[in-house]
Ligand binder design. Structure first.
Ligand SMILES: *Cc1c(COP(=O)(O)O)cnc(C)c1O
Length: 427
């Protein structure tokens, strides 16, 4: 039965049998009991499926991961403790010391640091490309040791839209997968696998949880990338894993299971970062209304952006779904039903005007967060990037007047009224 996305949001992943609980049960336990050590041995050897330790697998997490895999149209998924862990595992599962990654330069600051610095210390090099670079520039970024391409469907906070088909074609032309962080649109508004992405990641902390309640992440594998066809590039998947009794992941688990099984059996085993079952339960509650909330977030984002664009005290506005926006054409293709609730803009009068505006907001809450039910707002020059002077900010692509507003699911008219009264306080 092929369901529509809203039905999967509500019922995906957990299909209770006769007399079973309707809500996903929280398996708040570390371990499972077995009658014989032989039985447990077969589980350890991955010869039989079953649970023994929550770091490796837990039924609550599995049900929620299965729902997200269904939503993205993937073959398998795993939950992680945070979005950062998801992106780290997604790359490190197929690339290590001596390898190279091509990444869009318009990505979340934490992911940029991860790829440029922390993974650099692990011996992995990254070349960053402008998401709107030419095909020649994109091609020139690849090296013989390139193992994957990474980008964000809608970049946080730059709001650039990735041309997924173009990046997928470039990745596949070099025999490597495209990994797309789909945090901002969620599978309700864009499903990157349908456009050629091979692996999708999320910070579930944002819209999926949707209520600012729990930090988490997820990796979804499409099961479509043919690791065997490029076996020389991906020995971790196609040759024996000595740390796991010589298992060859592609042989034992097929193309659909190899990538996520390796990430679980090897990376989660050794590096930890499992999501707590309690948090997985909370994310699932968020997922049950994701289709309703995303429609509202996107509509509010667009309404607020349109209002700001017509306001005399506003110097500039960016939102992918705003007519005339630099991303509008890509948004029309990849995000036809709306993009996200995040809007960035500048108040005429620069840094001082931004400060006055922020101080006078009543509904929009000042917070280092985006993408939850309550509208929140951040002035990077005064918060996340406050060590930088105006010249350094410009170089980082963040103007001193930039305000990042994350429209929640309140009534748009109230958000607009709040913005208007705060702008009225600006000289
Ligand atoms: C927030 C965010 C992350 C990091 O996720 P955490 O859950 O905070 O670790 C990664 N990518 C994007 C696009 C994000 O917005």
């Amino acid at each position: 039965m092929s369901e529509r996305i809203g039905t999967t949001c509500v019922q995906g992943g957990w299909r209770p049998g006769d007399g079973e609980p309707r809500q996903v049960p929280i398996y708040q336990n570390t371990t499972w009991k077995y009658d014989t050590s032989e039985h447990m041995g077969r589980l350890f050897d991955l010869e039989e499926s079953g649970y023994f330790y929550t770091r490796l697998a837990n039924p609550t997490n599995d049900a929620v991961a299965a729902k997200i895999a269904e939503l993205e149209g993937g073959a398998a998924a795993m939950l992680t403790s945070s979005g950062q862990a998801a992106n780290f595992f997604a790359v490190f599962n197929i690339a290590g010391a001596g390898d190279h990654v091509v990444a869009s330069s318009a990505i979340y600051g934490g992911t940029y640091n991860l790829l440029a610095h922390t993974m650099g210390r692990m011996g992995l090099e990254c070349t960053f490309v402008d998401p709107h670079c030419t095909d020649e520039e994109l091609k020139a970024a690849f090296r013989p040791n390139t193992k994957c391409v990474f980008g964000e469907t809608i970049a946080n906070p730059a709001l650039a839209v990735l041309d997924i088909e173009r990046f997928a074609a470039a990745a596949h032309g070099h025999g490597v997968p495209l990994i797309v962080d789909n945090t901002f649109p969620t599978p309700v508004l864009c499903r990157p696998i349908e456009w050629g992405a091979d692996i999708v990641t999320h910070s579930t902390t944002k819209y999926m949880d949707g209520h600012g309640a729990s930090v988490g992440g997820v990796i979804v594998d499409s099961g479509r990338f043919n690791w065997n066809a490029h076996a020389d590039k991906f020995p971790g998947l196609t040759t024996p894993d000595e740390s796991y009794h010589g298992v060859v992941y592609t042989e034992r688990f097929g193309l659909e299971g190899a990538y996520i099984t390796k990430a679980t059996a090897q990376l989660m085993r050794d590096l930890g970062s499992i999501q707590s079952p309690q948090n997985a339960f909370l994310i699932n509650l968020g997922l049950e209304s994701l289709h309703l909330r995303m429609a509202r977030h996107a509509a509010n984002g667009r309404a607020v952006a349109e209002h700001l664009a017509s306001h005399p005290k506003v110097a500039w506005v960016r939102h992918p779904s705003l007519e005339g926006d630099s991303e509008a054409a890509l948004a029309a293709k990849y995000l036809p039903e709306g993009s996200c609730g995040v809007v960035s803009f500048g108040v005429a009068g620069g840094r001082a005007a931004a400060e006055t505006f922020m101080k006078n907001l009543k509904l929009a809450q000042i917070a280092t967060h985006v993408a939850d039910a309550r509208t929140c707002v951040l002035h990077p020059a005064n918060a996340t990037h406050r060590q930088m002077n105006d010249a350094e900010l410009e170089a980082a692509g963040i103007s001193a007047d930039l305000i990042r507003l994350s429209c929640g699911i309140e009534d748009a008219a109230d958000l607009i009224a709040d913005i208007d009264q705060a702008l009225a306080a600006v000289e």
